[in-house]
Design a protein around this ligand. Sequence first.
Ligand SMILES: Nc1ncnc2c1ncn2[C@@H]1O[C@H](COP(=O)(O)OP(=O)(O)O)[C@@H](O)[C@H]1O
Ligand SMILES: [Mg+2]
Length: 269
Amino acid sequence: MKTYNLDETHIIQLEEKNRKIALSTDDLHVWYGDNEAIKGVSLQFEENKITSLIGPSGCGKSTYLRSLNRMNDEIDGTNITGKIMYENTDVNSKIVDVYEMRKHIGMVFQRPNPFSKSIYGNITFALKQHGIKDKKQLDEIVETSLKQAALWDQVKDDLNKSALALSGGQQQRLCIARAIAMKPDVLLLDEPASALDPISTSKVEETLINLKEDYTIIIVTHNMQQASRISDYTAFFYMGQVMEYDKTRKIFTRPKIQATDDYVSGHFG
Ligand SMILES: Nc1ncnc2c1ncn2[C@@H]1O[C@H](COP(=O)(O)OP(=O)(O)O)[C@@H](O)[C@H]1O
Ligand SMILES: [Mg+2]
């Protein structure tokens, strides 16, 4: 078992490169009781780009991602310190309306989790809760969301069919459609293709590449080919901290940190 120097890190600062930053964290720490799962992570995410979070299992990727739209609030015993800046607001501030904030920062989970409703009902559920009642407007949002998620052609004649009758890959694209129906700025995805077969996986990847025109995407993936195929930036997490953050191309061809090099080349640990 190799040991790595945890003090040696390489993290690019996007503001120094005049990039537009959609979301950032500053010295973010997350504890589950006594277990400090995230140990001071500061990252900036560029607007309309895809950023991958990679690293060995248990290193804190999901914890970090969930904290970005306060999904950790739902877990007992969590304590989060540091800033999560989105449009001059600290998402982590107690006064933030979490429900409202999640319209801007949406999330798609590892396992497709459609509601047991029709395809149409899945996409319109949250919209209706947010007061959109006009049938024509709802129809339009359903169509554009399903088109953006590359699912429209397959389901346009079956919108009243149960979402649970769709294949796993289709269900996951429906969950993406459901998330983007709210027109978030930032879309968080936690290993969205890990439960899918290779063909569905490549469809989800194509979908994400198309979506980045309109959204800032942050995706956790354990699949390094996937990270290198779809993302502009990659952050390598290890033991609750980020060891290296750079353009994906650099992370996969010329990493600056030994732990990253070992991880991306399959010689880790
Ligand atoms: N819901 C939870 N309650 C308590 N501890 C958790 C919870 N989720 C994750 N952890 C702990 O936080 C650490 C990071 O886990 P996680 O964020 O799931 O890592 P990753 O997604 O990189 O596999 C681990 O030590 C894990 O046991
Ligand atoms: Mg995880």
